[in-house]
Design a protein around this ligand. Structure first.
Ligand code: GDP
Length: 299
């Protein structure tokens, strides 16, 4: 189990001290799970979520037979890994977008300023085009004037159309009008880049609530910066309460972030991570695979 080398070593140490063999005793498991909890917290998992997770594992681990070929440490790791994958969305994850039905289907992106929302709109458009879709991007972020130009420039770069209106237009109208444009241009999927603020405020929330009511997006994806850890959990919870998120794009996973935020967000909101942003370029987007993130979190 080279992939969990760090945690693996720590657990081997514990079991060597305790000398537990044959069957995992409660003492062995408790000592091991203390290390697991620490590893989760180091990976930026929220304290409460780490505790909850460890409790789940504990029930499964106590009294488990130690398989002949596995050391007790490996046995605990294997239960931890299995459980982590399960909590993150199961073996194959839940990373499919629901884009069936009469086109154009609408994907609304929401999130705070700087989270990578505009970049993710372009990455997602590029990704979906490779899957045979005809995407349209919509510049509905009227708070950050540069966002509209940024999206237009990404559109030019990718040769993907961008719908925009002059500064000062109403974001709800922009989104509604963009649908006519999408039909005219025979676009199959419309990606709405909505307003981001530095912090959640009422005006921004009302705006995304209004857009949602008017255009009824099939997917509402939160774009969240993995580097912001605990903050991302609160943001996800607030957006989820306001607009019922269908998924999340976790950005900046190419950085140092271990991705514990994904576990916290998933546990607190139940919202599945669907994609990960892994760089600044427009092809740096990957579907989310729970097993890969589990390895990364366990370090
Ligand atoms: P917005 O304010 O949410 O629309 O954020 P932007 O899309 O403008 O992104 C903010 C910054 O984060 C930009 O410099 C992006 O290049 C960068 N960024 C976005 N996604 C990623 C990612 O997955 N990895 C890295 N390293 N940078 C990213």
């Amino acid at each position: 189990m080279a992939m969990f080398e760090n945690l693996s070593k720590r657990l081997e140490g514990i079991f060597n001290n305790l000398g537990g063999q044959g069957r995992l005793t409660e003492e062995d498991v408790n000592a091991a799970l203390r290390e697991v909890r620490l590893a989760l917290i180091e990976a930026d998992v929220n304290l409460k979520v780490a505790r909850q997770f460890v409790d789940r594992v504990k029930e499964k681990a106590i009294g488990a037979d130690v398989m002949g070929s596995l050391s007790p440490a490996q046995q605990v790791l294997s239960i931890v890994n299995e459980e982590l994958v399960e909590v993150l969305g199961g073996e194959n994850g839940n990373n499919k977008l629901d884009l069936g039905g009469t086109p154009p289907q609408i994907i609304m992106l929401v999130g705070l300023q700087g989270s990578g929302k505009t970049t993710s709109a372009a990455k997602l458009a590029n990704y979906l085009r490779k899957q045979g879709q005809r995407p349209l991007m919509v510049a509905a972020d009227m708070y950050r004037p540069a966002a509209v130009n940024q999206l237009k420039s990404l559109g030019r770069q990718l040769s993907i159309p961008v719908y925009s209106e002059p500064m000062g237009a109403d974001p709800v109208d922009i989104c509604v009008n963009s649908l006519d444009f999408a039909r005219e241009q025979a676009c199959s999927v419309v990606i709405l880049d909505t307003a981001g603020r530095l912090n959640i405020d009422e005006r921004m929330m009302n705006e995304v609530i209004n857009i949602r009511q008017r255009v009824r997006p099939r997917e509402i994806l939160l774009v969240a910066d993995a580097m912001t850890g605990q903050e991302a959990v609160r943001v996800a919870d607030d957006f989820n309460k306001a607009v019922s998120l269908t998924g999340m794009i976790l950005t900046k996973m190419d950085g140092d972030a271990r991705g514990g935020a994904a576990l916290s967000i998933r546990t607190v909101t139940g919202v599945p991570v669907k994609f990960m942003g892994v760089g600044e370029k427009t092809d740096a987007l990957e579907p989310f695979y729970p097993d890969r993130l589990a390895s990364r979190i366990l370090g």
